[in-house]
Design a binder for this molecule. Sequence first.
Ligand code: KG4
Ligand code: ZN
Length: 376
Amino acid sequence: MLTLGIETSCDETAIALIETRGSGRSLEYRIISSLIHSQSELHSAYGGVFPTLAKREHEKNLPVLLEQTLGPDGVARGVIHDGRTIDRIAVTEGPGLEPALWTGIEFSQKLGERWRIPVIPVDHMEGHIVGSLLQSDRPDETWRKLEELPVPALAFLISGGHTEIVLCRECSSQDSGGSETAHASFAYEVIGSTKDDAVGEAFDKTARLLGLPYPGGPKLSAWAQEARRQDIPAPRPLPRPMIKSGDLDMSFSGLKTAVLYAVRDIEKSGALDDTVRKGLAREFEDAVVETLEVKLRAALDRTAARALIVGGGVAANSALRDRFEAVTREYDIPLFLPSAHVSGDNALMIALAGSFSPASDARPLKAHGTKRLGAV
Ligand code: KG4
Ligand code: ZN
């Protein structure tokens, strides 16, 4: 089966084409193409993703990426290079920025009508979960299986838009409708989430306070690493928010505000320079990583999870990867970390998640900005 995946939930326009065979746990895939066009430079002037600009850029980029994927004849007829027909389109319906989501949905619907094939809605967060199970993200001829995921498993999804701990269980036959092609088959429950800023958002906003351009997360992290190497201390301690809350929820906006006050105070005293800023970057990253570790341990204890998936752009953070690796070693459970290509937003994960669903999942589509995985 040939699935075209389309992702426009935030500031990445992405189109992927994959082929799958088999179903459920024995599903095999191979990647024909996976293209990502990032708009982050355009949004940097606004210090964050500007929804109207994202929408306009998606509208401009989608036809270009589609033509790069299929060629003009393929675009016209819905076929790939060897003449075979694309069977379905998988598109992100949420969560994300609604104007951005609508662009992908409308584009997919038009293609679906032109090619007379179903358009399957995909949850972006489920995309991050299954994307972490890919054995390889390279386009090539090889058929591959997904990594075997022991359940129950936890997925820690940390991006610029979301911060969630999701419990993934075996899908009961009732959930899957007993369908042969039913999903590989997990049932999802969000057991913890942020009450305000997402982790990536907190990284980006804090980076901005430290004078780093959007998206500042990776740059802030590079500063934190430099501070550790050069033994630059924290100019003042920052809070570890909600570590004693007794639940799995998180909050990061207070941490960002604490950095704001620290920067203001130190600036007033005339001592603010890049060394101090690097010390703050280090303390901020330590505070985030320690907080996430506390929540991770609590979630593992509570659910007796047999595996951990980490997804979302912040999964690229090396301090966090090191901690999560140490924790999963201690708990003796496997850790599934997405490769660099799939840790950020991409359409490969959307095509994959969309190829699990039965074709009957195709329904009138609607952008669902605040969609919550597992909620009915
Ligand atoms: O999943 P993603 O590509 O897009 C969505 O937000 O959905 O995640 C992007 C986020 C940004 O906030 C970016 O700053 C953050 O991931 N990020 C990082 C790192 N790499 C990306 N944050 C901290 N450390 C990193 N190395
Ligand atoms: Zn994402």
